[in-house]
Write a protein that binds this ligand. Sequence first.
Ligand code: GLY
Length: 369
Amino acid sequence: MTDPADRVRVSLGARSYDVLVSEGLISDAGAHIAPLLARPRAAIITDEGVAPHHLGPLQDALSREGIAAEALILPAGEATKSWDTLGRAAEWLLSRNIERRDMVIALGGGVIGDLAGFAAAILRRGVRFVQIPTTLLAQVDSSVGGKTGINASHGKNLLGAFHQPSLVLADITALGTLPQRDFLAGYGEVVKYGLLGDADFFDWLEANGPLLRGDPALLRQAVARSVAMKAAIVARDETEQGERALLNLGHTFCHALEAATGYSDRLLHGEGVAIGCALAFDLSARMGLCAQEDPSRVSAHLAQMDMKASLRDIPGDLPDNARLIELMGQDKKVVDGRLRFVLARGIGAAFLSDDVQRSDLLATLKAAR
Ligand code: GLY
């Protein structure tokens, strides 16, 4: 066993579970998963990008505990979050006789976690699953909190279910193989936590952000602190009736930018979140809600990390501002046709608002070009 892991509890009554954050968790996965099993069987869903690095070590770790675990290896990429692949995964699980008391293991980034979690949610009306997130974005965000789903022709994540995992193993060692661009995209979600609710964490990131990649102890702290914040919010508002929507800081802008760039390689989700956070702070300052120095600090930190921070950092042409605002109107958070934004009264002080004037929004977009 490696050092004792950081253990974050997601407290949801009978659906409570732990998120373990540490190095070497995939190599110890059998010991962590065995106590959850009624019989020594599990089924792994992963993808072609992750399997060469992590599937062998995971299967070895499970087999050391006597757990048999076959794997389904799906194509990597957002297109995997589809009806077709969901059907394929569910039929495969049935063909392997995975029953309610068995365990599905999602090994991969956000796409695999969302898809495998949704397959587990609908299989026999609900089979338990373990998340083993292998990207920074999945470790700090998508693997925690039970949002599962796939994309529809009408938009991303429009089909899904809340289905909480039974355990999350966030193995910091797995982040070592991430390309730098994916690492920084995940870091966009880390910054989001500081900006939305923890000014001290943002101070800490300003001091330590550039060191994280080369320092597993610091990286582990950053992941554990992000997860702890998410766990607390999810425990208070599991199904996003209120506070959980704060986790969408930057996302109204981000979703419009992702749609405008065709969900392509031009903009990764976490990059869109980082730009969206910068825009949300700019908008908040324009509306007189926070000091002008706050958006400046956000942009300076993103620049310090060599991250995209503005519309002008997105390669290629973007539609005009009116079209971008139209795309924001297709966001899931629209209520009765009114756009909802997460705004801020300062760093670490986000709140929800549906009271944004179009003129302020246009000014923010114009300044970002
Ligand atoms: N990614 C936002 C949430 O889990 O609520």
